[in-house]
Design a protein around this ligand. Structure first.
Ligand code: SF4
Length: 351
């Protein structure tokens, strides 16, 4: 550790003490250790949003994650609580692959292509508040990587088909898990007329998947699974469902970040794991479980570069300002969008 880093860490620790009871620091599992060490609460996006919602007594919620997570936290917290994102560049490239304008125009095209059919929209929590509001106002729901199958099945009980945003892979993996066949799953290519599909294909589809993806989880490949199985017989492969179906279907297990953590925690000492998710979480699991052999599935470091925009330096900058009574980088969702998005979030919590 450099002297400069040490100084920053000491200053953050001092500010945290000074702001105890006022500022709550939430950190996503993909956050780098330099920031993660200062977390009051840690979790995946849904767990953190829930924890933010239960944090009533803290006027300041500092969200060390990405933009859509801070938006969800703002929607679920009280009006007198300020949600802060230490660096406004910390967005989610996958969430940005579906804008509400694109989705609204695709929705109109799909309705025209499927007259008389009931379409239910479902959005992954990794989406903007505007998309969540769009979905909420049309009777749809949010889902997470841990409940996507349940939400999809709820939606299919209520409609003829589901329009799923923005992650193609989570949509396909969940559809396949429910037994939906390949010819009933249709990819909607944004920016193409009718998503690049003919009317007949759309009419017989059960799930229509927006072609967004996470660049981190797209890095996992079938050859990597073959490599680890040859190298360590008996190794267990666990992967996040934002990864492609060809890879997920060959893994021993798939699950959300919380699911991956729980599986490794529950395993016996000496067990071996190759994990397909963001590198910071894998490194943390290696440190927490020295009695297990834990590897990153891919040979390249799979880093969420936007999440790593949050650094100790900008966390300190936020805390310094709060100590002087100034709120910087507040994430505020307007009331109308927030109420629509809350409908979709509440629906998920009911399901
Ligand atoms: S890991 Fe992927 S889905 Fe998650 S925040 Fe980063 S880019 Fe978005």
């Amino acid at each position: 550790m450099t002297q400069l880093q040490e100084n920053i860490f000491e200053k953050i620790a001092a500010r945290k003490k000074e702001l105890a009871g006022k500022a709550l620091i939430l950190c996503h599992h993909y956050q780098h250790e330099d920031v993660f060490q200062f977390a009051d609460l840690t979790g995946d996006s849904l767990k953190l949003a829930r924890e933010a919602a239960e944090s009533g007594k803290y006027p300041y919620i500092i969200f060390c994650g990405v933009h859509f997570m801070a938006e969800s936290a703002d929607i679920l917290t009280d009006d007198d609580q300020a949600v802060i994102l230490p660096d406004l560049n910390a967005g989610c490239p996958m969430a940005d692959m579906a804008t509400v304008e694109q989705v609204a125009s695709a929705w109109e095209e799909l309705e025209q292509a499927c007259p008389g059919q009931k379409i239910i929209p479902v959005t992954y929590v990794n989406s903007s508040a505007a998309i969540k509001a769009f979905v909420g106002k049309r009777g749809g729901s949010v889902c997470t990587s841990s409940n996507a199958e349940r939400v999809l099945s709820w939606a299919l009980e209520r409609g003829d088909k589901v329009f799923f945003f923005p992650d193609e892979h989570l949509g396909r993996n969940s559809s396949k898990a429910l037994g939906i066949t390949e010819d009933q799953i249709v990819l909607w290519k944004r920016d193409e007329k009718r998503g690049g599909n003919g009317v007949e294909k759309l009419a017989r589809a059960k799930t229509i998947l927006w072609n967004g993806y996470c660049h981190v989880h797209q890095e996992f490949m079938v050859e990597q699974i073959t490599h680890w199985r040859q190298r360590i017989p008996g190794i267990r492969i666990i992967i996040h469902p934002e990864s492609p179906w060809e890879v997920v279907r060959l893994a021993d297990q798939y699950g959300s970040t919380e699911g991956i953590i729980a599986a490794v925690q529950a395993s016996e000492p000496g067990s071996s794991w190759a994990i397909g998710t963001e590198v910071n979480l894998v490194k943390r699991l290696q440190k927490q479980h020295p009695d297990k052999n834990i590897y990153l599935l891919a040979p390249t470091p799979c880093t969420c570069t936007t999440m790593s925009c949050i650094t100790p330096a900008n966390l300190l900058w936020v805390l310094d300002n709060l100590a002087e009574g100034k709120i910087v980088n507040q994430i505020k969702v307007d009331a109308q969008t927030a109420s629509g998005a809350k409908l979709a979030l509440d629906r998920m919590l009911e399901i």
